[in-house]
Design a binder for this molecule. Structure first.
Ligand code: GTP
Ligand code: MG
Length: 460
């Protein structure tokens, strides 16, 4: 297990840049001693006697010169009632990068050291304030790029995933106790279960684990977002469509075919899902070397995208070039978008192909809502699960641990079916429990912990 360092750490906890307020945070056993040397409360109260969780006004001064650095408000939290579980001091200063850096430097002169990325949350985890799934959720919440992503991270931070894992752990622990009772070396009070009961509990666990694994597809999308590539032949309105999705004029639009050369990527969100939308060069054979490079990039973007939108121009109908593109892109199952509905009847479909086009006008915005709905349905394969109803996993790490757990439970059930002795079964049940403990962090290596916390920003 990881050992805690005794250092007292400090970092700027608000984003770098000018702001009304900037917060510097200290954590560790020496926090109050460091504060004592820097802080002069307006009330004249000694720092050691400051009441916890109350705002105290005063001045931060340089420890050597006693020169004024800033007028601040300080909040003291005493262990274990703090974010990290240690003594914590939060200094709210004016949001100037220079002032905040001077406070950090002054504190370092008094014995603090600059925190590593995620070190505050890592300490919170090591001190039992958060389980590992909650610590991961802190990172996800800070990084969330859409409402749904933020909601999913907030649910996980509230402990929802941890609770479900603990419920499964408790079933497995009960199973283990009954197995051991039948071995006659554990709790004498416990009636050993019959085979039916053991099987039923094992299958119940398996169900719950599989249900959680099934949430990964949605969870991953909410955490990581998806990439949507906009493609089609030149001049059909791809860049206009990108602009309409982004609701601002990001890409150049002209009546000249071949306007877009380089790919243009921009983050947005569609129905609460974080989306990276990519506008690409129109696909055609060309002698222009620059355009040709653009077409190569477009093809690479299409290959890497999660979803491909194939744009057609209703005023020109379905052209032979469009047909060729449909065939070429068929393996990617593109969503058809019939653009320029404001000037042309969009009723022409492609009966033979039975293709459903979403009819839009990138110019007037008509049909864009329908397109966004269609994209959201495609992303979530038809069922947009409301965040919050059930525990959800969002990370591959969780999925792999659950798959290991499921495999171990399967093995246990198999071993029972073969009528092998209970101690064989309990080996598998123990493996299942260990796999689950990787999610909550009761069973993880230093390496895994370091990787998880290195994703964080400094000050968190
Ligand atoms: N009436 C109408 N015109 C549109 C619509 N969408 C795009 N246009 C026009 O069509 C022309 C081409 O639009 P772009 O968005 O540049 O098309 P593109 O597919 O990005 O073109 P390339 O980058 O050259 O491949 C421009 O003159 C747009 O104003 C639409 O929905 N209705
Ligand atoms: Mg374009």
């Amino acid at each position: 297990m990881v050992t805690l360092t005794e250092d007292t750490i400090i970092a700027i906890s608000t984003p770098l840049g000018e702001g009304a307020i900037g917060v510097v945070r200290l954590s560790g056993a020496e926090s109050l001693h460091v504060l004592e040397r820097l802080f002069r409360p307006s009330s004249g109260q000694p720092v050691a006697e400051l009441p916890p969780r109350r705002a105290t006004h005063g001045r931060i001064v340089h420890p050597d010169t006693q020169g004024l650095i800033d007028e601040v408000v300080v909040t003291v939290y005493r262990a274990p009632r703090s974010y990290t579980g240690e003594d914590v001091v939060e200094i709210s200063a004016h949001g100037s990068p220079v002032v905040l850096r001077r406070i950090v430097e002054a504190a370092c002169q008094c014995g603090a050291r600059v925190a590593e990325p995620g070190e505050f949350t890592k300490r919170a985890f090591l001190n039992g304030k958060l389980d590992l799934s909650q610590a991961e959720a802190v990172c996800d919440l800070i990084r969330a790029r859409s409402d749904l992503s933020a909601a999913a991270a907030a649910e996980q931070l509230s402990g929802k995933l941890g609770q479900e894992i603990r419920a499964i752990q408790s079933d497995l622990t009960r199973l283990m106790a009954h197995l051991e009772a039948s071995l006659d070396f554990a709790d004498d009070e416990l009636e050993p279960w019959g085979e039916d009961e053991l099987h039923a509990v094992g299958r119940g666990v398996l169900d719950r684990v599989h249900r959680l694994i099934a949430t990964y597809e949605h969870g991953r999308i909410l955490r990581e977002g998806i990439t949507v590539a906009i493609t089609g032949r030149p001049n059909v309105g791809k860049s206009s469509l990108l602009n309409a999705l982004l609701r601002h004029e990001r890409a150049l639009v002209t009546p000249i075919p071949g306007t877009t050369r380089d790919t243009i990527e921009e983050l947005t969100n569609i129905r609460g899902i974080p989306v990276k939308a990519i506008d690409t060069a129109g696909l055609r054979v060309t002698d222009d070397p620059v355009e040709r490079l653009g077409v190569e990039r477009a093809r690479a973007s299409i290959a890497a995208a999660d979803l491909v939108l194939l744009v057609l121009d209703a005023s020109e109908g379905v052209t032979p070039e469009d047909e060729t593109l449909w065939n070429e892109l068929a393996p990617r199952e593109p969503s058809g978008v019939m653009n320029t509905c404001d000037i042309a009847s969009c009723e022409l479909g492609d009966a033979s192909r039975k293709t459903e086009y979403v009819r839009v006008s990138a110019l007037t915005g008509e049909g864009m809502g329908t397109l966004e709905d269609a994209i959201a349905r495609r992303i979530f394969a038809g069922d947009v699960a409301p965040v919050g109803s059930e525990a959800m996993i969002t990370r591959l790490r969780h999925k792999q641990a659950l798959e290991q757990c499921a495999a171990a439970v399967e093995r246990a059930l198999d071993t029972m079916r073969q009528g092998l002795p209970a101690d064989f079964v309990s080996i598998d049940v123990r493996d299942a429990l260990l796999a689950l403990a990787e999610i909550t962090g009761e069973n993880v290596t230093d390496e895994v912990i370091n990787v998880i916390f290195s994703e964080f920003c400094i000050g968190k």
